[in-house]
Design a protein around this ligand. Structure first.
Ligand code: G4P
Length: 534
């Protein structure tokens, strides 16, 4: 059995065995397939093909809408817990579409590590690069899986070099592929000195594992054709000379990523990757908070909301807040303090997303993700504690990149519209600004698809047809500063001022030039593109 304790020997065993991570990848690299195999080997599903039939990339917009409608699916996929060896894995799903990058960012605040999947033929693609940058901002440890090795793929050194160059992270091979494409036989497991041979006949079978004694072991001559064996020996020797060895501390600090080669669809390399997540992935890490950091081993329970999903059942206006437990052992029925409102909340119906068995969560430990059904009290960025006034920090809200005005087709329904918009704003699905002059609302998003999803949800969940129209503004900035300076500024720029759904002041404009001018003319006022959620 693998040792579950790594860099924090004082952690209680239940916490030390938890690994909470997300998978980042470009659409089509194999995230869905890999997730499915994780669940299969984690004993959470019996057969591959049960997660969902199609990957993100080939979903058309209408598929996406249908998925949004059938919200049960996306919720169950938002967090999945399963056991592997003596580890408890919590896999948090990142939304695949690039339009939802803010949501993705916040999801990554809830994990301790990320698995980066790259396609062996395509290498580092744009979305992988973007997501990687986000992980880098938080120094998240990254483990890499190079997928689709059963197909024609690039030269192994080439792939490693591209990751090192494009992502500025050192790479160490955990395994080395033998042959490519049709000739792909399997991998040499560098870490364990084993030969893993792929079974092409049965896609759900784990590879045959042959223990060997180094690459000069005569057993290899029987198992690998001479030309491939010679190449393997040569390449591994060069790799050992040129690439850094696996230094666990360096992995934890996010400077070095171990790479496994495999084929998710053939279940190949997946178990080794899972063992790697257990062995080299971090246990639940301390959480930055104000006025002090929270350590997972603290006996008092705390957690924070990183995602809210509303109206899963449109008839009931219910919401589920996804909470990452930051410390302690949570028990169902506990009374926690909702720090923002300073009010107590009894958590009587928490949901733990055990993929095998979705049940009420009787207990949860630091590192786990629980869902708390509520009627709107819980918002993104909120902290729950056993009484101490701690506020988890580092969950940002980004200025939207696209703005449009929204109107209800029936002008008498504008109050209804306001309610719906506020709901989506709290869910983090959009920014909603109310201009001080004039009527109506301006909605801000990161990607254009979000407007369509919003229009469809407002109609579906509130029975309210709406239309989005172009706005005279294209940029939004939060206004910060001492009250007298801010008052003077807002008074002089009334036609540009709005309030967001938290009541914070926002400056709207269509010209970058305007923003530069204000920085010059009002030195005591700061315009920011990021706001911390609180
Ligand atoms: P995503 O979630 O990252 O978007 O990717 P997904 O797992 O949906 O995989 C994208 C396509 O790549 C799928 O094929 C999937 O079967 C295939 N794939 C995943 N892993 C491997 C692998 O190791 N080898 C090979 N050769 N293919 C792999 P599809 O035909 O586009 O869709 P589907 O009909 O199979 O779902």
């Amino acid at each position: 059995m693998l040792d579950t304790k790594l860099n924090r020997p004082d952690l209680p065993a239940e916490i030390a065995r938890r690994r909470t991570f997300a998978i980042i990848s470009h659409p089509d690299a194999g995230k869905t397939t890999l997730t499915e195999k994780f669940l299969l080997f984690g004993g959470a599903i019996q057969m591959a093909g049960q997660v969902r039939a199609k990957g993100e990339a080939r979903r058309t917009r209408s598929d996406f809408m249908a998925m949004e409608k059938d919200r049960g699916i996306s919720v169950s996929a938002s967090a999945m817990s399963f056991d592997f060896h003596n580890f408890r894995f919590n896999l948090v799903d990142t939304p695949g579409h690039s339009d939802f990058s803010e949501d993705t960012y916040r999801t990554l605040t809830a994990v301790d590590a990320a698995v980066m999947v790259v396609d062996g033929a395509k290498g580092v693609e744009s979305q992988t690069q973007k997501l990687f940058e986000v992980c880098r901002l938080r120094d998240l440890p990254i483990l890499t899986f190079c997928n689709k090795m059963d197909r024609e793929s690039r030269d192994t050194f080439d792939i490693i070099d591209e990751i090192q160059q494009n992502l500025a992270i050192d790479v160490t091979p955990a395994s080395w592929p033998i042959g490519v494409g049709r000739e792909f036989l399997g991998c040499y497991d560098i870490l364990n000195d084993r030969l893993e041979l792929m079974d092409r006949a049965d896609r759900n079978r784990v590879a045959e594992s042959v223990r060997i004694d180094g690459l000069d072991d005569p057993k290899l001559d029987e198992l690998i054709p001479a030309n491939l064996l010679e190449k393997l020996r040569e390449e591994v020797e060069i790799a050992r000379e040129l690439l850094p060895p696996l230094d666990p501390q360096s992995v934890l600090e996010g400077h070095l990523t171990p790479i496994w080669f495999g084929s998710a669809i053939n279940s190949f390399g997946v178990k080794e990757l899972m063992e790697g997540i257990g062995t080299y992935g971090p246990e639940p890490q301390p959480q930055s908070a104000d006025p002090r950091q929270i350590s997972p081993e603290e006996t008092k329970v705390s957690g924070f909301v990183f995602k809210v999903q509303a109206n899963m059942d449109p008839k009931h206006r219910d919401r589920v807040a996804f909470v990452r437990m930051a410390s302690g052992q949570f028990k169902r029925g506990m009374k926690l303090t909702h720090v923002r409102s300073k009010k107590p909340m009894t958590i009587s119906n928490p949901v733990l997303f055990l993929a095998a068995d979705r049940e009420l969560a009787d207990e949860a430990w630091a590192g786990d993700i629980i869902g708390i059904p509520n009627h709107g009290q819980l918002r993104i960025g909120d902290t729950l504690t056993e009484g101490e006034m701690l506020r988890v920090t580092g969950i940002p809200s980004f200025a939207p990149e696209l703005l449009q005005t929204v109107r209800a087709n029936d002008p008498l329904k504008s109050k209804h519209l306001e309610k719906a918009l506020m709901q989506f704003a709290e869910e983090g699905a959009a920014k909603v600004f109310k201009p001080t002059i004039g009527s109506g609302f301006i909605v801000g998003v990161v990607g254009p698809l979000q407007f369509e999803v919003l229009a469809s949800r407002i109609e579906l969940e509130y029975g309210l047809p709406v239309r989005f129209e172009s706005s005279q503004f294209t940029s939004a900035r939060w206004v910060n500063g001492e009250k007298p300076a801010v008052d003077k500024f807002t008074e002089a720029n009334k036609q540009h001022i709005a309030h967001d759904n938290d009541g914070d002041i926002v400056y709207l404009t269509r010209l970058q030039w305007d923003i530069d001018r204000i920085e010059r003319d009002y030195p005591d006022v700061r315009l920011t593109a990021i706001k911390e959620m609180q």
